[in-house]
Each structure stands twice: as C-alpha cells, then as structure tokens.
Design a protein. Structure first.
Length: 595
C-alpha cells in the first residue's frame, strides 16, 4: 500500500486529479490474490483514503464522489474475480496433491503385487495378449519353467506345451467360458515335462474388447504321486479290513460310526451307508443302547477303563431286531486331540449252540447215568435185602404156624423165631442206611473259591438266552462273601439248576426280574439267595419239593432240587425256600466261609 501511495505521489504531476485511484487497483488485485478477500477489502478502503488525499480539493465534489464509487465498484469486481481465481487455484492444488497421493498408492500397490506375484514359490503367473503372446512373466514362472523374462516376452505361449496346438485349444475355451481350470502336461525350457494345474482367465477392457489372458500354473506332480500312494495305502488297508473274519466298527468320541467293515455288514445285516454317520447304539439292544453314551462320556471325563483293552461277552442286535452273543474287544487310538475307538466283534452264536448241544448231551448222559445208577442201586437193594426180608418172612410164618397149632404153644420156639425176625429186619435197615450214607456223604474235593467268580461263571451258562426272554438280572454281591470252601463244580451245578428253575418260573409273568444276592449268615457261613418274580409256589408243596422223584413240571424227573439239597448238605450247609403269593419265590442256601 505504501509503495502504491509513493507511486501515486510520483505520478501526481502527470496525472493530476484525473486518475487518483489508478495505482491502487493493482494493489487490490495483488492483495486479493495473495491475502484473500478480507485483506483486499481493507486495501480498497485505504486506497479510497489515499485517493481523497491526492485529490487536493478542500471540498469534495460530485466528480470525486463519482471516481470513489467507480473505484469501489472496480475494487469489488477485482476482489470477486480474485477470489474466484483463488478458489480455482486451491482446487487445482488439491487435485494435484490427491493425484500425487493416488499415484504413490498405486505405485506401492503395484510394487507389493509384484513382490507377491514374484514371491509365490510354486506358482507361475504370466499374461498373454489376445494372440497368445507372453506379455508379463513373474519370478515364479522363471523358477518353475526355466525361462527368464527377457527370453519369453513376446514369444508364443505354445512353447510351454508339449503339444503346441493344445495352447490354442485352451485359449479358445477360455474365450468362450470366461475362465477355465484344469490339469495337463507343461514343458520346461530343458524339455522335461510335468503335470500342472492351471487356470486361465479372459480379460476385457471397458468397451468389451479382448485385452488378453491371465494364467496361473502350478506343479502338482508330487501331489498326485502322494495322492496315488495314499490311495494305494487306503486300498491295501481296505482290502486287509475286508478280509478280517471278525466284524470291525470304528466310532468317534461321540459314538458316531466312522467305519463299518464288510464282515460287520454281513453280521448285522446293515449296509455301511445305513450305519456310517449314526450312533453305535443302533447295534445294541436295550438297556445297553440307552446307556452307551453315558459310559463313553464317563470314560472321556474320568479316563477309567472298564472294557477298553479287555474282552468281554455282550449282546448285539441285528437289523431285523434279533439279538445274539458276541465277544467284544475295544481298542483306542488318537488323531491329534480326537479319540477314535475300534471294536472287534466275534459272533458267539454257533459256539453257544455247540455248548448248548454239549450240555444237552451231558445232561442226557447224566440222566442215563442216574437211571443206570438207580437200576444198579435197586438191584443191589434187592440182592442185599432179599435174604434178611426172606428170613423175616420165614420166622414170622413159623411163629404164625406155631400159634395155629394146639394150645400148648411152644413159647420158647415162637420167641426165638420172632427174635430172629427182628434181627434180620434190623439188618435190612442197616443196609439201607449204609447205601444212603454212601450216596449222600460221598467224598467231595473242597477248594477255596471266590464266590463272585463262581456266580459269574454259573450265570454265563444259566442265563444263556435269558435276555431274549425279557429277563433282567440284578446282582447284589456283598463284599463280605469273598471266599468259600466248596467243591466248585457241584456248587455251580446247584446255582445253574436254581437259576434255570427261576427263569422257567417267570415264563408267564408280565414282569421278569431275577435277583442274585449274597449276605453273611452267622459267623461261619454265607447265604446265597436267588429270587424270581414269578407266580410263587403254594406253601403245601414246600416240604415235597426237595424229595426225590417229586416235581411240579410235567416232564421233570423230580431229582434237581433233591440233588441240590444233597450237595448243600454235603457241604454242611442247608437249603430252603420262601415264597410270596403272586410275587415270586426265593431259594436260599448256605456255604461255609474259607478261613
């Protein structure tokens, strides 16, 4: 402003009062361009003051006012135009800065993309023009295919194919499909070939004109070799599993079936697709089917093994609903944190049938032996008792004859005959007692046995087929009954007989519960109780049941309970029964403890 005032003072002799504001218009223009409209308005007002100063008139006339107005209008126009120019300049500067920023970002992205593309170790990434010539070639392509970038740029992509016409076939298919993926042979610079996985994407510009093709190629030779080896191992494992005679079922930690062998399909009657993905409990009868998930969850939580690594006999269920005994062995494996369980099942149906046939034959042999023994015993009794009985008859007949004669009886002869008859009768009784002692108090071989083991072994035989009949067995084996002094075979014979009788007693019962218990009986004995939920036995029959040849069964011989009593009494114990009308019967017997 001071520079403009000085310039005006210098020019004053030449311009006088005719253009008092001329130098100040340039000041307003420069101010608005550099300092903005506020400073330009202030400069216009100062310029107006200097204009009046250089007018040199004592009074302001119409001409000075007109010049002031023209100056103000001119200054306003200059300020408006200057502000418009400033706005345009700022927009240009901002646009330029944003363009530079975007260019820097694009350059960084391009650099990172190039690093990513070139850093892909197993991927060859390159681009082709619409005619199939190579335009971009990354470091991965150089490593995989052997050509350097300067060697292949502009070359036809068919040099990468063992068969050159295959390249054009792929490009034509990519043009029609937009993008294709596939596998095929590729050729390196040294002439070797490899199996490659490739994808080709067709590129178009904004007008829809073909720009070229982007290709990604990777070597899958080793991958395919590994897959073939894995398939071969799986095929070998499958063939081995399919030839295993025992059924094999694999489940996960949730009980879901993962594998179902051919032998398992034959055994259960299911196809593998019907079982895989479903819970293993579908192969079990109740109540095991309801409890299996609980057993599995308890093992996973506690780690307590009850069947894993051990073999046991259980019952399985076929597709048609029938149950059958199997020998089950379970193994455990881990795939990382995942538990996998493998079960091997062997059908015991035929073995049990053979065992039942052997038991039937054995029972028949025992029956024949008993009948033969009874015959021999009867013959012995007839032979041994024939003489004393005949003597008794003769002596009694003689006494009778003497009494039928004259009245002068020979009392001495009659007394002698009766005495001889009594002696022979006593002799006959002694013969019977000796035979009974021989039968009932015969020699037995006692050993120390675990009572729970005896019961378990007897139940395996006696409860065969009980589950199919709907019989539920409950055990209450007290810890005090650890060992007894018994003949193992004879006590098992007693238990088998009593358990089978209990099962037969529940044939027509709607509720079929069998309970086996052990309790202390005094200080020297253990009491074993076998209870059923049948209809019970009338009280009047209790004393008759343990007698020989007395039976409540139509086809029974009446010897079972008699033999049981004989065996128990030979062990210095006793046997008895308790019945509850309409609620079942309990048989009790005692055995000596082993001290």
């Amino acid at each position: 402003m001071l520079f403009a005032a000085a310039l005006r003072a210098i020019m004053d002799p030449f311009i006088g009062e005719r253009a008092a504001y001329t130098p100040f218009t340039l000041v307003v223009l420069i101010t608005v361009l550099w300092c903005g409209p506020g400073a330009a308005i202030m400069a216009s007002l100062l310029s107006l003051g200097f204009g009046f100063l250089f007018a040199q008139n004592e009074s302001v006339g119409l001409g000075e006012i007109a010049q002031s107005v023209v100056f103000l209008v001119t200054a306003g126009g200059i300020i408006t135009v200057g502000e418009i120019a400033n706005t345009l300049r700022r927009e240009l500067i901002r646009s330029h800065q944003e363009a530079q920023k975007r260019a820097a970002q694009f350059a960084l992205a391009a650099e990172e993309l190039n690093l990513l593309i070139d850093g892909s170790p197993g991927l060859a990434i390159y681009m082709l023009d619409p005619y199939g010539r190579i335009t971009i070639w990354n470091k991965g392509a150089e490593r995989l295919l052997g050509w350097r970038e300067e060697e292949v740029l502009g070359a036809d992509a068919s040099i990468l194919y063992p068969a050159t016409d295959k390249c054009q076939v792929d490009l034509s298919l990519a043009r029609s499909e937009g993008r294709i993926e596939g596998e095929g042979l590729r050729q390196r610079k040294d002439g070797t070939t490899f199996l490659a996985s490739h994808s080709i994407t067709t590129l178009y510009d904004e007008q829809g004109k073909l720009r070229g093709f982007a290709k990604i190629v990777s070597d899958i030779t080793q991958r395919r070799a590994d897959e073939k080896a894995l398939m071969a191992r799986e095929s070998l494992l499958t063939s081995i599993i399919s030839t295993v005679p025992d059924a094999m079922v694999v489940i996960d930690a949730c009980g879901v079936v993962l594998s179902f062998s051919d032998a398992a399909q034959t055994l259960f009657g299911y196809d593998a697709c019907e079982v895989i993905g479903r819970n293993i409990s579908m192969l079990m009868p109740a109540p095991d089917s309801h409890r299996h998930d609980l057993y599995l969850r308890r093992y996973l939580e506690t780690g307590e093994k009850r069947i894993i690594g051990k073999g046991r006999m259980v019952f399985a269920q076929r597709k048609d609903g029938t149950t059958f005994p199997v020998a089950l062995s379970i193994g455990e494996a881990r795939d990382g944190e995942q538990h996998i369980f493998t079960g091997f099942l062997q059908d015991l149906t035929e073995r049990h049938q053979v065992q039942e046939r052997l038991e039937t034959l054995q029972s028949e042999l025992i029956h024949v032996a008993r009948v033969s023994a009874m015959g021999a015993m009867a013959s012995t009794l007839a032979h041994e008792l024939n003489q004393p009985i005949a003597a008794v008859v003769n002596y009694v007949q003689s006494a009778h004859n003497l009494m039928g004669g004259p009245q002068d009886w020979d009392l001495a002869a009659m007394r002698e005959a009766l005495d001889d008859a009594a002696r022979n009768a006593l002799r006959a009784g002694q013969i019977v007692r000796r035979l009974r002692a021989f039968v009932t108090l015969g020699t037995i071989e006692r050993t120390v046995e675990t009572l729970s083991a005896l019961i378990n072994e007897a139940c395996v035989l006696a409860l065969m087929g009980a589950r199919e009949q709907g019989i539920h067995t409950y055990f209450e084996l007290g810890p005090e009954a650890l060992a007894v002094l018994v003949d193992r075979i004879q006590i098992q014979q007693v238990m088998v007989n009593l358990i089978r009788n209990a099962c037969e007693a529940m044939t027509d019962s709607p509720e079929r519960r069998l309970r086996i218990e052990t309790h202390p009986y005094g200080t020297d004995f253990v009491r074993v109780t076998i209870s059923d939920s049948g209809t019970g036995i009338p009280t009047g029959m209790h004393d008759q049941l343990f007698k020989a040849f007395y039976s409540t069964k139509q086809d029974g011989m009446g010897l079972g309970l008699s033999i049981c009593r004989t065996i128990i009494e030979a062990h210095e114990g006793k046997i008895w029964l308790e019945t509850r009308a309409g609620r079942g019967t309990s048989f009790h017997f005692t055995l000596p403890r082993a001290k």
